[in-house]
Structure formats: structure tokens, C-alpha cells
Design a protein. Structure first.
Length: 108
């Protein structure tokens, strides 16, 4: 029981630190420059961050069993990990590039 509680405490602490890390810039901007500036910043941040944030966990969840099978073969694991990074980059780069191209329409 205490092992589970300790594990849960670390997960909770990680979630709190992640929340602060994600939202601190918006909170500081709102405090210093006002809610309007913070809202614009938050919108731009979400447009840039949300697509990879939604897509990457799907890719890693699908490929986790494959990586689990080769976990003892370090070289094969390394090669496939770099392939995974390439695939994620190939998927994310055009999506983010497209957002960059139409970003002016979002701002106006």
C-alpha cells in the first residue's frame, strides 16, 4: 500500500510541476500586461502546442508494444527510436508549417 501511495505522490507532484510549467508564462503575462495580452498569447501557444501534444501520445502508445519487444536489443532500440523521431518530425513539421503560413489570419 505505501509503495502505491509513494508512486501516486510522485505522479501528483509531476502533474503539479507540469501544470505550473505550462501555465506560468500566461499567468505572469496576465498579471503584468493584462488579460487581453495573456489571452492572445495563450491562443497562439495553444495553436502551436496542441496539435503535437494530441498526436504524439497516440504515436507513442501505438509503438510502445514494439519497443517493449526489442527493449533488450540496445542497437535495434536506438535505430527504431530514431526512426520514431523521424516519423514524428515528418508528421509534426508540415502541420506546424501550415499553422505558421496561416498564422497571420489567426492574429487578425
Amino acid at each position: 500500500m505505501s509503495t502505491n501511495l509513494r508512486f501516486g505522490a510522485w505522479l501528483t507532484a509531476d502533474s503539479i510541476v507540469n501544470y505550473i510549467n505550462t501555465n506560468l508564462s500566461t499567468l505572469v503575462l496576465a498579471r503584468i500586461l493584462g488579460a487581453g495580452v495573456a489571452g492572445g498569447y495563450n491562443l497562439a501557444y495553444n495553436v502551436a502546442v496542441v496539435p503535437p501534444m494530441k498526436l504524439n501520445p497516440i504515436i507513442t502508445r501505438v509503438l510502445f508494444p514494439a519497443f517493449a519487444k526489442i527493449q533488450d536489443d540496445t542497437e535495434k532500440l536506438r535505430v527504431n527510436f530514431y526512426k520514431l523521431l523521424s516519423v514524428v518530425g515528418i508528421i509534426n513539421f508540415p502541420a506546424l508549417l501550415g499553422l505558421m503560413v496561416v498564422a497571420n489570419n489567426f492574429v487578425r
